[in-house]
Design a protein around this ligand. Structure first.
Ligand SMILES: C[S@@+](CC[C@H](N)C(=O)[O-])C[C@H]1O[C@@H](n2cnc3c(N)ncnc32)[C@H](O)[C@@H]1O
Length: 310
């Protein structure tokens, strides 16, 4: 099975479009065959891409959102239960309202809620509004992104191919993962962090300014290989642009949350400095002194696929 979009989750801010740039970085710095740790995994599009292309040996997935963490856990360890729950669930306005009124209790229920709301809410936003609205008068109905046979086949394929290569952690914050990793001895782990956007509410768990700053402080003292992606925002350029020990790239992408529009994603990493084992110099230059190099990603050919996924 060869498809462009492997993740069964329609994730706002998904990074499938920049996955091959991450592959290039891993190859350039000799990180192929490493363990890829994704602490803000969401739809896990980069991890799935790297596994499919055999760039990394295994992945560790984590997310602070218990529904998201449960979805991946159940997909890889109770695949038949998940498939059966998806097969049996009625995709209707009444079911949507019932789920909203009753919080899930078990890991298995959380996994189903994650998938159900991801496929029936606008742009896959888990706490967002119902596709088509409660009156269902729109051209798009609640089940228009819920092609059960195709999605179930995709889930089964992912579990069959990768279950032995994926570890899913219980819900945990990226800050705890980075803190714990500091005292671990592993030499073959690369951390990929794709945090929530600045100033946009897309997830039940978002970052305020203080958390974006805390992440920067954590990463600057984290001496293991890491890659960070962010949608381009002046606050992020301001925060990271002056650190000359980091590599930055700016990539053109197509965003599809709300409506399709082109934008830029920043990829920031410390691979050159940790691979050469150089000490981090102080952040001395202003952002304008440190040029961001630009790489164009072809978005036109992907546009139809992207829109089909929203
Ligand atoms: C930009 S999305 C990740 C999208 C993902 N890279 C993909 O391609 O589908 C950010 C994710 O971070 C999660 N998140 C928010 N706060 C977090 C925290 N403190 N620790 C870990 N994950 C967090 C959100 O639940 C969300 O799933």
């Amino acid at each position: 099975m060869k498809r462009i979009y492997l993740s069964p989750l329609r994730y706002p801010g998904a990074k499938r479009q920049i996955a091959h740039h991450i592959e290039k970085l891993l190859k350039e710095y000799g990180c192929t065959g490493n363990v890829f740790v994704e602490p803000c995994c969401g739809g896990a599009s980069v991890s799935l891409y790297l596994l499919e292309h055999k760039v990394v040996s295994s992945v560790i997935l984590a997310d602070k959102d218990p529904w998201v963490a449960s979805f991946w856990k159940v997909l890889f360890t109770q695949t038949d239960d998940l498939l059966s729950d998806i097969n049996n669930v009625e995709v209707s306005v009444q079911q949507w309202k019932d789920f909203r009124a009753n919080a899930p209790q078990t890991t298995r229920e959380k996994a189903l809620y994650c998938f159900f709301f991801n496929r029936t809410c606008y742009s896959g936003i888990l706490d967002g509004g119902m596709i088509g609205g409660h009156s269902q008068t729109s051209r798009y109905k609640i089940d228009c992104r819920f092609n059960k046979p195709e999605l179930m086949e995709r889930i089964k394929w992912i579990a069959d191919q990768f279950a032995s290569k994926v570890q899913v952690l219980p819900p945990v914050s990226v800050f705890d993962i980075l803190e714990q990793a500091k005292s671990e001895e592993y030499e073959d782990r690369v951390y990929y962090i794709d945090p929530p956007y600045v100033s946009i509410h897309l997830y039940p768990h978002n970052f305020r300014k203080a958390e974006h700053q805390k992440l920067k402080a954590s990463l600057e003292e984290f001496r293991k290989p890491w890659i960070l992606s962010y949608h381009e925002h002046p606050q992020i350029l301001q925060m990271y642009g002056s650190n000359t020990s980091l590599e930055h790239s700016s990539l053109n992408v197509l965003w599809v949350a709300e409506r399709a529009k082109t934008g830029k994603e920043l990829l920031i990493n410390n691979l050159s400095s940790v691979r050469n084992k150089q000490p981090l110099p102080p952040s001395s230059l202003s952002p304008s002194q440190h040029a961001l190099w630009e790489t164009s990603v072809s978005v036109v050919s992907d546009k139809e696929e992207l829109l089909a996924e929203t």
